[in-house]
Ligand binder design. Structure first.
Ligand SMILES: Nc1nc2c(c(=O)[nH]1)N[C@H]1C(S)=C(S)[C@@H](COP(=O)(O)OP(=O)(O)OC[C@H]3O[C@@H](n4cnc5c(=O)[nH]c(N)nc54)[C@H](O)[C@@H]3O)O[C@H]1N2
Ligand SMILES: Nc1nc2c(c(=O)[nH]1)N[C@H]1C(S)=C(S)[C@@H](COP(=O)(O)OP(=O)(O)OC[C@H]3O[C@@H](n4cnc5c(=O)[nH]c(N)nc54)[C@H](O)[C@@H]3O)O[C@H]1N2
Ligand code: SF4
Ligand SMILES: [Mo]
Length: 812
């Protein structure tokens, strides 16, 4: 495939009247990556004199779905008129925007944009604000920062998890500013992969990441050679919807694997969009029970002598007694003991044992076990849905046991049990900062830290980088995030916590619209969106290409919206640190500087003037095989686990299990076991007889885009409920129903469908919370976090309850 070095540069402007034809001809030729639709024909030139020219500005969709899809904004008279996505070069390398990205103009031009800085005048969370000037906003924030630092210290400052803006200069200005003022408490892990990120390093080594291609194989590798793809809790057709994104990669996987006579198995509690239209691919499972399924498959392999004993002896620790570490020998503590019922709970993990737990018939479990064992190159992977449960740590490891047990790791077409890989090829870096504070909290623990930070330690709360927190959080910086309430957990509880001004004393929120979290701001700042300033970002989760996009502004920011870089420079000025903050560069000069640094390190990227002209640079990335080096030579390339091997039994976890203080009912296990977890299997009761889980939805990226009615019309906020559960409650399609959990109540429209397992309901996550918090608190917006309980998971202290809920449904 031709690389961008050969690209022909084209003009950034072209004639509007010739758009239709030219837009089509512009995509021709693989060598033209990075080019705007061309304007070389005579007709276009002729028209140039009498038709107004569009300005084309390159930008990206920078929300956190990971696609970073490409926008080409067409502006006239300084105003965006429409948008094209990526139509350049090879179609396999086009980051084509999904329905959400294509509605970005509605966001940019929304009458509900925040237009000027505001200060809170009502109670926290009430949403009453008054317009103020930028001077007052900047002075207030600077004063509150000084007060917090002087009174409590920098470790009372917390930057909340917030993923609304991925750009090299998106949230970094705030982090740079706070770092220069003495720092802030860091975050460990994230809301996406919290349980997985903490658990898998015990299995595969401490650098094991859910975001790379060292520990996982790419979908392109599955397309190349796999003959069976098994996915647990993974729906790229919903979660990776852009062009050069996993949905496109997966379409190619399906085509390649099935044309070789292979199969796709999609294990999910609902027939997700990825297997919709391919009903034979769906294997329905009760949520939170994947570890039981994995254990039963493993049991089948043991009794049928299908495990790869040579692989397990050479590459792994703890499959059977022979490779258990000394400290664990003699106590029936191997994984095999767990499976065969000779250790731990003394229950044999037969398919008959797993059937009532998982709702999958024993025979179906046997067939799946046989299919995987028979495959030459099974590609086993897990999305992040199955780990976002209160037993997610063990579930994540249990799924990985499948390729481990049959030694199908590090070989062509196989995968390690992690999600499809994303190449960590970041062509450009972000605005630099160095936080002098090393202490971090597991990201989901912030609300506990507001409430009782000083009581939180490494062994009761998972504090990282220090033995304990020395402060409660008193100052929250929330840039481009809705995780104060909407996206966090137990909104009713968090509301009460944040409404108490004696706890967290000051909250600054930067957003573009009035979100539920924004209502908790003391100072609320209107941000200029990325298409309203010079924007640069590298590629997202695409595994086929790496890219960088530079461009804009496509139009001016409305009202008094300003770039966060400029505002942070003003705040730095109040501390006499403006020069240190800017290093003499404007925002745009920083972008150029960062680009040039990246280009220099890379050696292949276009020059700054070239990228400014062409807007986008991309090149293909080769398929990756997770743990290939380790498989090839485990002595030369050991894992960074204590033993250098895959630790099916982890001495570190055994130690943690013995020393940490856990909540009642929580367990941490040295081997991956099925444990039901809080509000997991077996916890439903008369009051809350249904399991309830969430999923990421097409009409929003979390809560982002959640206010755009056209998107809501395309993919409505509906409760998925099986006809069996609906009929017994007298609920029909389209009825408004009430869903109650121990934490709260929502109203939502019912979607009665056999696409969900009976006994479980499903709710798209990210809907905008909408409740009278001083009244009945019934959430008419149907945000799933009205229903989640705030209970960090045992090991990761993560958001396992995001998908582990028990509930009741009734006609409203
Ligand atoms: N459209 C859209 N795309 C997005 C996002 C979005 O909000 N909207 N968010 C982005 C972000 S930040 C992230 S982290 C990713 C999230 O990506 P994921 O975490 O993978 O997404 P989920 O929808 O939570 O879960 C994936 C699938 O798992 C299923 N599932 C849930 N629980 C279980 C279970 O216990 N077992 C099994 N087998 N399946 C289960 C769900 O029904 C769903 O179909 O998506 C990204 N992409
Ligand atoms: N129950 C449940 N809860 C969940 C999940 C779940 O599956 N179930 N998923 C979790 C996951 S994986 C994640 S990643 C989190 C995501 O949670 P968040 O990081 O809070 O993501 P969003 O809801 O998209 O909020 C992003 C915010 O950024 C704002 N924004 C967008 N562009 C700009 C900009 O240019 N400037 C500024 N200042 N703001 C901007 C948007 O308006 C929006 O308010 O949610 C988590 N919460
Ligand atoms: S796939 Fe994601 S990044 Fe791409 S346009 Fe859609 S929301 Fe934006
Ligand atoms: Mo996420």
């Amino acid at each position: 495939m031709a690389l961008n070095e050969t690209a022909t540069l084209s003009r950034r402007t072209f004639v509007a009247s010739s758009l239709a034809g030219l837009a089509l001809t512009g995509v021709a030729g693989g060598a033209l990556y990075g080019c705007s639709p061309k304007n070389e024909g005579g007709a276009a030139k002729g028209a140039e004199s009498d038709a107004p020219a569009d300005q084309i500005s390159w930008s990206q969709c920078n929300v956190n779905c990971g696609g970073n899809c490409v926008f080409q904004w067409h502006s006239r008279d300084g105003k965006v008129v429409y948008m094209e996505s990526d139509n350049t070069g090879d179609e396999d390398l086009q980051a084509r925007a999904c329905l959400r990205g294509r509605s970005m103009r509605r966001w940019l031009n929304s009458p509900t944009r925040l237009m000027y800085p505001m200060k809170r005048v009502g109670k926290r969370g009430e949403g009453k604000f008054e317009q103020i000037g930028w001077d007052e906003a900047v002075s207030t924030i600077a004063d509150k920062l000084k007060h917090t630092i002087d009174t409590y210290g920098n470790d009372a400052i917390y930057v909340n998890y917030a993923t609304g803006m991925y750009s090299t200069t998106g949230k970094q200005p705030g982090l740079r500013l706070l770092s220069m003022l003495g720092g802030y408490i860091n975050q460990a892990y994230d809301y996406s992969t919290h349980m997985l990120q903490v658990a898998l390093p015990y299995l595969y080594g401490k650098t094991c990441s859910p975001y790379d291609n060292v520990y996982a194989s790419s979908f392109s590798e599955a397309a190349r050679t796999s003959d069976l793809v098994v996915m647990f809790g993974n729906s790229p057709a919903e979660t990776r919807m852009g062009g050069a994104n996993a949905v496109w990669d997966f379409a190619k996987v399906r085509e390649a694997v099935t044309s070789r006579g292979g199969k796709i198995v999609n294990i999910d509690y609902r027939m997700n969009e990825t297997c919709s239209g391919h009903p034979d691919e769906w294997l329905p499972i009760r949520p939170g029970t994947d570890a039981a399924l994995a254990s039963a498959i493993a049991h089948e392999w043991v009794v049928n002598d299908q495990v790869d004993k040579a692989f397990l002896d050479t590459y792994c620790v703890g499959y059977d007694e022979s490779t258990l570490p000394e400290s664990a020998k003699g106590g029936n503590k191997s994984y095999q003991d767990y499976l065969m019922g000779t250790g731990y709970d003394l229950v044999e993990k037969t398919p008959e044992w797993a059937a009532p737990i998982t709702q999958i018939p024993a025979e179906r479990i046997r067939t799946l076990a046989a299919d995987i064992a028979a495959a030459k190159a099974p590609f086993i992977c897990q999305g992040w849905g199955s780990q976002r449960h209160t037993n997610g740590e063990d579930t994540a490891r249990a799924i990985c046991m499948l390729p481990v047990l049959i030694g199908k790791i590090g070989l062509p077409g196989t995968n390690t049990g992690q999600r499809e890989a994303e190449p960590p090829t970041y062509l450009v870096g972000g605005l630099p900062f160095e936080n002098p504070i090393e202490t971090a909290i597991p990201v989901y623990q912030w609300a506990n830290a507001v409430d009782h930070g000083k009581q939180m330690t490494s062994t009761n709360a998972g504090i990282v980088g220090a033995d304990k927190l020395n402060n409660d959080f008193k100052f929250i910086w929330n840039y481009a995030g809705n995780c104060l309430t909407n996206q966090h957990g137990d909104i009713n509880m968090t509301h009460d916590l944040l409404a108490d001004e004696s706890k967290c004393e000051f909250i600054v929120v930067w957003d573009t619209v009035m979100t539920d979290s924004a209502k908790y701001a003391d100072i609320l700042l209107p941000d200029a969106m990325r298409s309203e300033q010079l924007n640069m970002q590298t590629q997202g989760y695409s595994e086929y290409y790496t890219a960088v996009v530079v461009g804009g502004p496509a139009q001016e920011a409305p009202g008094e919206c300003r770039s966060s870089y400029d505002v942070c420079a003003d705040i730095a000025d109040k501390f006499g640190k403006k020069d240190a903050f800017t290093e003499g560069r404007t925002h745009d000069e920083w972008v150029q500087y960062l680009y040039e640094q990246g280009a220099q390190a890379d050696g292949k990227m276009p020059s700054w003037s070239e990228i400014k002209e062409q807007g986008i640079y991309k090149r293909p990335v080769e398929p990756a095989i997770g743990l290939e080096d380790f498989r090839t030579d485990p002595v030369k390339n050991p894992l960074d686990t204590p033993s250098g091997k895959i630790e099916i039994y982890s001495e570190q976890l055994a130690e943690i299990a013995n020393t940490w203080e856990l909540e009642e009912g929580d367990t941490i296990n040295p081997i991956p076991m099925f444990t039901p977890g809080f509000q997991g299997y077996g916890t439903v009761n008369e009051e809350y007889p249904l399991y309830c889980a969430g999923f990421h939805h097409k009409s929003r990226t979390h809560s982002s885009f959640g206010f755009i009615p056209e998107l809501e019309q395309v993919a409505r906020q509906q409760l998925w409920i099986n006809p069996l559960d609906a009929e017994s409650r007298g609920i029909a399609q389209g009825d408004t129903v009430s869903v109650k959990s121990p934490a709260g109540e929502i109203r939502i429209e019912a979607k009665v469908t056999p696409r969900i397992v009976p006994g479980t309901i499903g709710i798209p996550q990210g809907a905008w919370h909408q409740a009278d918090m001083r009244g009945d608190r019934v959430d008419q917006g149907a945000c799933v976090n009205t229903l989640t309980t705030y209970r960090p998971s045992p090991l990761a202290k993560g958001n396992g309850t995001a998908h582990s809920i028990i509930a009741q449904v009734a006609k409203a």
